[in-house]
Design a protein around this ligand. Structure first.
Ligand SMILES: Cc1cc2nc3c(=O)[nH]c(=O)nc-3n(C[C@H](O)[C@H](O)[C@H](O)COP(=O)(O)O)c2cc1C
Length: 448
């Protein structure tokens, strides 16, 4: 059987990488405590709730890597292996996520310890839900979407951005039919990562998760709709997105870029059933870093892919924390003449990248000082900086001034690439780094 959310927690615990807080805790204090903790936290006793909370698994690059059980430097390299080795899920008859079944009026979302994530958020948000829905071709789509609590059996669902779930909803809305969905909470990190990735049309993200596990993901039919849900997750909410369109206020929300997005208009999700393990755990994904790092893996994988298509020999790729792990990219390459510029054009052709720096392979891209050195001593701004105007932008970046646009118009952005590889014609001798004489022979300790 593949690992599940619980077995990941057991593994982290064994490695002393999980903090247990057993004192009673007000759920309003979960967010500030996650921000301070140096490990993921298991809150055993949220006051007034019977369900413990686990949060912070993906707060930093190294924590995400540990949860996935992958080397930190290989996030973007490992992910495509799942795409190459996709496996269809298997259907099981009985599942841990259905040990307890609550239908209709028994559903009460106030049983869940849903915290406020950001101080100015418009409500409490379920942030770790993988939403499953069938598209018109019958393919099951998985995506991660925030759900703002509204009442004991209703949340909002954020469908503002173009996404596959939005496509499924638009089709149902056109027919004026509700869209059945299921929300799985407390899933394995592979399943979360794949749901956060936009798979090519016709591909279910859980097939990629199977490829990462090396065995099929286990699914079971939802009690009310028959939709396949993740058998080994902690909690499932079953229900439908009403064909009301984008009519209900949702937000503000402290989003993954680290800033608030304002009130939006969105549809609602009516919860018809809640099923869960006998003693379930409730996962909270804390903004901004847990969301940002989950997105980073697919970003790095996409960059590697586009560089490979451009014939660039890539050594390492890194999205930067300051850019919410998305807008700004540093790449090291084994360069052929002109290769720095080719690499920049490839990276900047992606819709989400905005700034890119390319360095030679002698520069450690995880060392900010070394990258700064290359930008200083290998760059002439008039020759090595590329600026592209009017490319696709994202609303969430305030510098594109999306609020000045007519309703429905997409923003554009300018992009910048810095070729910080050694300029052609300059001998490597000019970059010889100083070393200190007798450094291997003379040790300070022997003179103290
Ligand atoms: C924790 C987390 C929360 C997310 N919340 C949202 C959201 O509320 N709305 C949205 O459009 N995308 C959100 N995303 C991004 C989508 O999950 C991502 O774009 C995914 O590829 C969408 O899948 P789909 O297009 O297959 O439906 C979130 C991602 C993560 C990791």
């Amino acid at each position: 059987m593949p690992e599940c959310f619980r077995s990941v927690l057991e593994r982290l615990d064994k490695d002393n990488e999980l903090l247990h807080i057993r004192k009673p805790i007000d759920v309003r204090y979960i967010s500030p405590l996650i921000v301070q903790a140096d490990k993921p936290v298991w809150f055993h006793d949220p006051i007034s709730f019977d369900i413990p909370v686990v949060s912070g698994l993906y707060w930093k690059r190294d924590r995400l890597a540990r949860s996935l059980n992958w080397p930190e430097s290989e996030l973007g390299v490992r992910f495509p292996r799942g795409v190459q080795k996709m496996m269809d899920p298997v259907t099981v008859e009985e599942a841990p996520c259905q040990e307890v079944v609550k239908l209709g009026d028994e559903v009460d979302l106030t049983e869940l310890p849903i915290p406020f994530l950001g101080e100015r958020d418009g409500g409490a948000f379920i942030s770790a839900g993988v939403l499953l829905a069938r598209d018109d071709e019958g393919v099951v789509n998985a995506g991660v979407y925030r759900l703002m609590y509204r009442s004991r059996n209703e949340t909002s669902v954020d469908l503002v951005t173009n996404s596959d779930l939005r496509r499924c909803y638009e089709a149902a809305f056109k027919r004026q039919e509700p869209l059945p969905i299921a929300v799985c909470i407390g899933v394995h990190p592979f399943e979360m990562l794949c749901a956060a990735f936009k798979a090519p049309p016709g591909v279910c993200e859980m097939n990629i998760a199977g490829g990462l596990h090396g065995e099929p993901v286990r699914m079971v039919a939802a009690k009310t709709s028959g939709l396949p849900v993740l058998a080994d997750c902690e909690i499932v909410l079953e229900g439908e997105i009403a064909p009301v369109g984008w009519t209900v206020d949702e937000g503000p929300f402290g989003d993954f870029a680290g800033m608030y997005t304002g009130v939006r208009w969105n549809p609602t999700f009516s919860v018809k059933a809640m099923t869960h393990r006998r003693k379930p755990l409730f996962q909270v994904i804390q903004m901004p870093w847990e969301n940002a790092w989950l997105g980073a893996v697919a970003m790095e994988a996409q960059i590697l892919e586009v560089l490979s298509a451009a014939g660039v020999h890539t050594v390492a790729v890194r999205v930067t924390e300051g850019s919410a792990c998305r807008w700004s990219v540093i790449v090291s390459i084994r360069k052929r003449a002109g290769g720095g510029k080719n690499a920049l054009m490839a990276i900047l052709s992606l819709p989400d990248t905005k700034h890119a720096v390319v360095v030679d392979e002698d520069v450690d891209i995880f060392d900010a000082e070394q990258v700064e050195w290359a930008k200083t001593f290998r760059v002439q701004a008039d020759q090595d900086v590329i600026i592209i105007s009017g490319a696709q932008g994202k609303h969430i970046d305030p510098s594109v001034r999306a609020w000045e646009l007519p309703k429905g118009q997409l923003p554009t952005t300018s992009k910048m690439g810095i070729d910080a590889t050694t300029p052609e014609g300059i001998s490597p001798d000019h970059y010889e780094i100083i070393t200190h004489p007798f450094r291997d022979k003379v040790k300070l300790e022997s003179f103290l």
